[in-house]
Design a binder for this molecule. Structure first.
Ligand SMILES: C[S@@+](CC[C@H](N)C(=O)[O-])C[C@H]1O[C@@H](n2cnc3c(N)ncnc32)[C@H](O)[C@@H]1O
Length: 189
């Protein structure tokens, strides 16, 4: 599987330009309703760090990514902050969190990888911990810019979280077009 896109300097620079002006503020407003201020929050796939900057205003946020290029960009911009090199699937860390957030990251995981990720998220969350993740809504999967993209709908997401998380919010929202995205917020069972 080619996951090269976010791994090269050129593609990371391109993504940073394309994503300028976009952020997850509407998702973070929903998260703030269920996760208390100053909670310890892990962001998976921080990318350029636009959401990380907003999350930082309310939470003790630890950014992460599995791309060394994105991590060096984040560290150069925020030299005194903590960023972890973490893969969304394995989440190899001994740290524990009150919440885990990602914006448009989990769609890069295949079905079995998403199941594994949710299990690991359950492990590294404190009791009653919160998850908050966005997905592209739709059916099937495709390769876009050499990257695997897995589309989800409300019903198919259920099988991934139902053993480990109770759903607090699962609904469509608009990133570019009406209902093109899904936001899932849940708490650890
Ligand atoms: C579409 S970008 C989103 C970045 C950022 N969250 C945003 O909203 O702009 C996807 C991000 O997920 C990261 N990513 C992709 N697969 C990942 C994985 N398996 N583990 C951790 N990060 C991953 C990429 O490096 C990239 O930073």
């Amino acid at each position: 599987m080619d996951r090269g896109y976010y791994k090269t300097k050129e593609s990371v620079e391109e993504y940073i330009k394309l994503a300028k002006g976009f952020n997850g503020s509407q998702l973070i407003e929903k998260l703030k309703k269920v996760l208390p201020n100053n909670s310890v929050l892990l962001e998976i796939g921080s990318g350029p760090g636009s959401d990380w900057e907003i999350l930082k205003k309310s939470f003790n946020v630890v950014g992460s990514d599995n791309s060394a290029e994105f991590l060096s960009f984040l560290i150069a911009k925020n030299p005194n902050e903590e960023f972890l090199e973490l893969d969304a699937i394995t989440l190899k860390t001994d740290k524990k969190f009150d919440g885990i957030y990602s914006n448009k990251v989990m769609h890069h995981l295949r079905d079995n990888e998403l199941t594994e990720s949710f299990k690991r998220q359950h492990d590294i969350l404190n009791s009653n911990g919160i998850i908050c993740h966005s997905f592209w809504s739709g059916e099937g999967s495709e390769i876009f810019k050499g990257l695997f993209v897995n589309y989800h709908n409300k019903a198919d997401l259920k099988k991934f979280y139902e053993n480990s998380f109770e759903i607090l919010h699962l609904d469509f929202y608009k990133e570019f077009d009406d209902n093109d995205s899904l936001l899932l917020i849940g708490n650890k069972k």
